[in-house]
Design a protein around this ligand. Structure first.
Ligand SMILES: C[S@@+](CC[C@H](N)C(=O)[O-])C[C@H]1O[C@@H](n2cnc3c(N)ncnc32)[C@H](O)[C@@H]1O
Length: 353
């Protein structure tokens, strides 16, 4: 039995059960045995690959969208960039390179670049991204300033609680052990008190996945944007709320695994619910654009033209570039399952579609 398994089993034996959130907190974040203490989790040799790791064009298009749709950005005296869960920092590097090339004046207005990153394994990459880099462990440390914020595949990585709707009541899903001492899911007998964020009128057996931490981060950022201005890009899997089943899943080496398999060595994530993000946002004076499918967003802001241009400049890379494009916008790949939502202040006019 691994150390992490023994630790979890002992906790369950003494408490009777633990919540999914507590289970995930250990499995993902344990300082020595948790998933985010592992080397090389992102990329071809890792467990999964993300859009900025697939192609530089992803960050370039996000930068184009910002420049094309926020024409009053020039008026901001200074601004900060913030990325939530930046991993190796490829996205910001692509955005910075593009911004520097297309609008040097705006680029020079960047006061600081904040990275909210949990994994110590990425800190060396992130420190070297830019001289203005500041690594933070708390979103409360971002400045009272105009902030441009990015979250690509960040919210899906956060530990969630799960609740199941049965006979008009919500019950929390817990983790316990069966007679053979194997981990199993169980449902708490007593119903929970619900809050504003729970779905209204769900079907029986609907499983709601909920991260208080996500709600806190969103609320904090929306408030900051409302007061000081800013733009917030959220790109992630989008939960299909017509499906009642939970979305939590586990992968290792690009292959699906069971949630209780090889604990601490598999990436466990879920699909955030964009309608929940909208619900939080409605409490603030902010504007919401989207969510749009990633394929629609990237095509609207010029992925086809950019890839054609790069192919013309280097025909030897033609196949690679077309493959990168297919992975970002193809229906079988990221195109339809990822959504892009942009939240802005209402103090200036933005024309994101
Ligand atoms: C799926 S990866 C995405 C990485 C990067 N955004 C990309 O697109 O390549 C999730 C990232 O979120 C980070 N992360 C997970 N939980 C976090 C937390 N509670 N606070 C800060 N970062 C976290 C992970 O370390 C990882 O860098």
């Amino acid at each position: 039995m691994t150390k992490i398994e023994a630790f979890l089993k002992n906790s369950i034996k003494s408490l009777g059960s633990i919540t999914l959130k507590d289970f995930l907190n250990i499995v993902l974040y344990h300082e020595r045995f948790g998933y985010y203490s592992k080397e090389n989790i992102i990329g071809k040799k890792g467990d999964f690959i993300t859009a900025p790791e697939i192609s530089q064009v992803f960050g370039e298009i996000i930068c184009y969208s910002l420049l094309l749709s926020s024409n009053k950005l020039e008026q901001t005296k200074s601004m900060s960039l913030v990325e939530l869960g930046p991993g190796r920092g490829f996205l910001i590097q692509d955005i910075l390179r593009t911004l520097k090339k297309l609008n040097l004046t705006l680029y020079q207005k960047i006061k600081s670049i904040f990275f909210l990153e949990k994994s110590k394994k990425y800190l060396n990459y992130l420190k070297n991204v830019h001289t203005k880099t500041i690594i933070i462990d708390d979103i409360g440390k971002i400045p009272d300033n105009y902030n441009i914020i990015f979250a690509n595949e960040f919210f899906d990585a956060l530990p969630v609680r799960q609740y199941i709707y049965k006979k008009k009541k919500w019950h929390e899903i817990l983790i316990t052990l069966n007679s053979a001492e194997k981990f199993i899911f169980s449902t708490a007998k007593e119903p929970v008190r619900i809050n504003y964020f729970f779905p209204e009128d769900p079907v029986d057996n609907y499983t709601f996945e909920y991260s208080e931490y996500m709600i806190n981060i969103l609320s904090f950022i929306f408030k900051k944007i409302e007061k000081y201005g800013g733009v917030f890009f959220i790109i992630d899997y989008d939960r299909d709320t017509n499906q009642k089943d939970a979305t939590l899943s586990s992968i290792k080496n690009h292959k699906k695994t069971g949630i209780f398999d090889d604990l601490g060595n598999c990436d466990i994530s879920h699909s955030p619910d964009f309608s929940l993000i909208e619900k939080v946002c409605k409490n603030y004076k902010c504007s919401i654009f989207g969510p749009h499918r990633q394929s629609v967003f990237l095509q609207k802001y010029g992925i086809n033209e950019r890839i054609d241009y790069l192919i013309k400049k280097n025909t030897a890379l033609s196949n690679d570039l077309l493959l990168q494009k297919e992975r970002l916008i193809g229906k079988k790949f990221m195109g339809d399952i990822f959504k892009v939502m942009i939240i802005t202040d209402q103090q200036q006019k933005y024309n994101f579609f």
